[in-house]
Design a protein around this ligand. Structure first.
Ligand code: FPP
Length: 256
């Protein structure tokens, strides 16, 4: 069987997911409280949202609060939630002006009322925008997302809403928070840590990973550009051979 060459055009990632790590260490290195790191991190969010829109990225997913983050000291949890509300209120007009559409993934029903109300307001205000889709992962954990999907599918089978007795990838994806959102092309994690930390385990199956050594508050537009150019130089294969891919970069192999 001959296989046609597959054109995998990917100079700009359509979807970037980011684990914004290192806020606490940034603050500690300056003798500041951890919450100051989150404040500075929120300013980085602002500049990376802008830079993503300018670069032509269509989806940007930010891991802002995990299912595990509830175990942090209460004052820090409160500070992150208050910061979220403050940023939503301050930045929604700017998001709107820049044609950015806001979405969330994760179980936001567990958030405080004021955070839920601010999110709803910003999501409604930006719902008709057609530029960058900014997806904030809040009370998100990938294992919880996968279990929720399986349980919801099983409930639908029991209720007779779906007829099949086994599930394929396409159907399964409909039960994820990320349904209708393409998988991330690029995952960025800052602060030198090289792990996924329960983030988008299903969706990152074929993503390229980029680990930046600087902390999130120090992740500048230049660092972001570096991540984009590294991505553009990667050869994505999706399980195929280099020869089957039209845009083969013919990368030299290096010995270990
Ligand atoms: C990880 O750094 C960061 C977080 C858990 C919180 C991220 C929140 C923000 C950037 C602010 C609000 C977000 C939005 C979308 C406006 P860490 O605290 O784990 O850092 P460490 O590993 O150095 O302790």
């Amino acid at each position: 069987m001959t296989t046609d060459k597959i054109n995998i055009s990917h100079s700009v990632p359509q979807h970037i997911a980011i684990i914004m790590d290192g806020n606490g260490r940034w603050a500690k290195a300056r003798g500041l409280d951890r919450t100051e790191g989150h404040k500075q991190g929120a300013e980085t969010v602002k500049s990376i949202v802008k830079a993503s829109g300018k670069a032509g990225v269509k989806y940007l997913t930010l891991f802002a609060f995990s299912t595990e983050n509830w175990k942090r000291p209460q004052y820090e949890v409160d500070a992150i939630m208050n910061l979220l509300v403050y940023m939503l209120e301050r930045e929604t007009p700017e998001l709107n002006k820049n044609n950015v559409k806001l979405m969330t993934i994760g179980d936001i029903s567990q958030l405080e009322d004021k955070a839920k109300a601010s999110l709803k307001k910003s999501i409604d205000t930006t719902s008709n925008n057609s530029g960058l889709t900014l997806i904030i992962a809040l009370n998100y954990g990938s294992r919880a997302e996968l279990l929720r999907a399986i349980n919801n599918w099983a409930n639908d089978v029991t209720a007779g809403k779906v007829l099949q007795k086994s599930i394929d990838e396409k159907t399964f994806e409909k039960y994820l928070y990320t349904h209708n959102i393409p998988d991330p092309d690029l995952l960025i994690r800052t602060s030198g840590e090289q792990r996924i930390s329960n983030f988008l385990l299903w969706q990152l199956a074929y993503s390229e990973f980029y680990f930046a050594s600087c902390t999130w508050p120090d992740f500048s537009d230049e660092e972001f550009s570096k991540a984009l150019s590294t991505f553009a130089a990667r050869e994505r294969r999706f399980g195929l051979t280099g020869e089957q891919i039209e845009k083969n970069n013919d990368k030299p192999i290096s010995s270990c």
